[in-house]
Design a protein around this ligand. Structure first.
Ligand SMILES: Cc1cc2nc3c(=O)[nH]c(=O)nc-3n(C[C@H](O)[C@H](O)[C@H](O)COP(=O)(O)OP(=O)(O)OC[C@H]3O[C@@H](n4cnc5c(N)ncnc54)[C@H](O)[C@@H]3O)c2cc1C
Length: 438
């Protein structure tokens, strides 16, 4: 029987271990709890949900995370089984009883005869019993310090310690009549989408921003979060005009607008197809509903659809495009694979999905097969591709329609478009699941 070490029994590690064990692999699952806990983990069980007990929407026709769940169900996900088993009523969201959810995952893995659990912190994969073996590192955004240091050496690039990302909106939701394309001073290729604010707009936006509610940070998320990247609301509180000299500076844009601008937000394309745009310089600690309320006061964003909200919290993740192969193995150490939030996906379900993708690729490696390229028409494939696609501002990404391969023919009917994307994805998943390991 082939053997694989899975390090970390969180969402990704549990999913990866389950997939491998289901296919007859001898799995050694290493988990540091209860010997050592991160500041956010509290339970001894695998698959612990450290914060919310919601796995987000379960509507595959209207939400990309819902679609991802459906894809995972089709491929036999343990996370989805556990969620079904511990579901609590919460409308369209898949919300779970966290204790039952984790207990289900723990018991399932422990009951598998080819899974051996080791309760210990792993610090160095160059030593036995890891050296020369296939190892899947799934240690999450709060990976222990010693292993973080080891991974830093392995990649030769610094790890990113804080997630300080600005919100992302869909291009189609930005009001074209209230925005214009162009680079500052006319330099570049005109890819930025500029959203002007007149004085009255700015006044209303400013007043809302400085009084908006922010996320309460945890003790361990110390002030290093502010080193390089100041939240837009903190910047705003420094003075009325600070943003007009920062992320809302109009300089170099008035000529292209054809009028003198008072303030202007630039949106930068987030993907090659330019279906998603990033609010440049708007990293923020505002609560998600507050982000929607306040940023929608920018006239061109009044109907903006937010694909990802800005976040600022401790989050260890690798600059995966610079160090991982498509199959999530390290270029510098091909027998070491990486999965979960640490690869640059964001969210419980996305992390579990990443563990599933990693399991598939490891299994294929064990069978002497080439890595399987999941089509970008599926959310699984879109996330797999996102984490290895070069990106100057690589930040963790959740499941959203913007990362999926675009679909044409539904320009004026969003509902029909999402439903078509669902059908397209699930028909691909149902085809590929039959020969994923051949
Ligand atoms: C504070 C915080 C709150 C979050 N809240 C949410 C939320 O509400 N909703 C959401 O969708 N996402 C949330 N996330 C993001 C993310 O979805 C979760 O962190 C998710 O659990 C990541 O899954 P994972 O498998 O990558 O890591 P984890 O689930 O964290 O699993 C990693 C496991 O590895 C173990 N481990 C770490 N180091 C070692 C080591 N050296 N040796 C052995 N074991 C080790 C840990 O004990 C842990 O069990 C949050 C993240 C953080 C940090």
């Amino acid at each position: 029987m082939k053997k694989v070490n899975v390090i970390g029994g969180g969402l990704a590690g549990s999913e990866c271990a389950f997939l491998l064990a289901t296919h007859g692999v001898e799995v050694h699952l290493y988990e540091q709890k209860p010997v050592r806990y991160s500041p956010a983990h509290k339970s001894e069980n695998f698959g612990e949900l450290v914060c919310s007990n919601s796995l987000k929407s379960d509507d595959a026709s209207a939400n990309a995370c819902g679609l991802l769940k459906e894809e995972m169900r089709a491929l036999g996900s343990l996370t989805m089984q556990a969620a079904e088993n511990s579901r609590v009523a919460a409308g369209a969201a898949l919300t779970v009883d966290r204790d039952r959810f984790s207990a289900y995952i723990t018991q399932t893995l422990k009951n598998m005869p080819n899974v051996t659990v080791h309760y210990e912190e792993v610090t160095d994969l160059s030593l036995p019993p890891f050296a020369g073996e296939i190892n899947a590192v799934c240690t999450g955004p709060l990976t222990s310090d010693a292993l973080t240091e080891y991974l830093g050496k392995l990649t030769g690039t610094p790890l990113y310690f804080f997630d300080a990302s600005a919100p992302i909106v869909t291009k189609e939701s930005v009001d074209e009549s209230l925005s214009f394309y162009g680079d500052r001073y006319g330099d570049g290729t005109g890819d930025y989408l500029n959203c002007p604010l007149d004085k009255e707009d700015y006044d209303a936006f400013y007043a809302a921003l400085i009084s908006a509610q922010t996320v309460e940070r945890k003790d361990f998320e110390n002030d290093r979060v502010f080193e390089g990247c100041m939240p837009v609301e903190v910047m705003a509180k420094r003075g009325y005009d600070t943003l007009r000299y920062g992320p809302l500076k109009p300089v170099g844009l008035s000529a292209q607008a054809g009028r003198k601008l008072y303030a202007c937000l630039q949106l930068r394309p987030e993907n090659e197809e330019k279906t998603m745009y990033n609010l440049v310089g708007f990293q923020t600690n505002l609560l998600f509903p507050e982000q929607k309320r306040v940023f929608s006061l920018i006239p061109a964003l009044k109907n903006a659809e937010f694909l990802r909200y800005g976040v600022m919290h401790k989050n260890i993740f690798l600059n995966s495009p610079t160090c991982l192969n498509y199959d999530q193995s390290f270029r510098s150490a091909p027998s070491v694979f990486l999965a979960g939030q640490i690869t640059g996906v964001e969210g419980y379900v996305e992390s579990a999905a990443s563990g599933m993708l990693c399991g598939v690729q490891i299994l294929r490696r064990l069978k002497g097969l080439e890595p399987f390229h999941f089509p970008r028409e599926t959310v699984l494939g879109a996330l797999a591709s996102y984490v290895v696609t070069p990106n100057a501002d690589f930040q963790p990404m959740n499941a959203n329609y913007g990362v999926l391969k675009p679909i044409t023919g539904f320009e004026h009917n969003k509902k029909a478009k999402k439903a078509a994307m669902k059908d397209r994805s699930l028909s691909i998943i149902n085809q590929i699941k039959e020969n994923l390991y051949e």
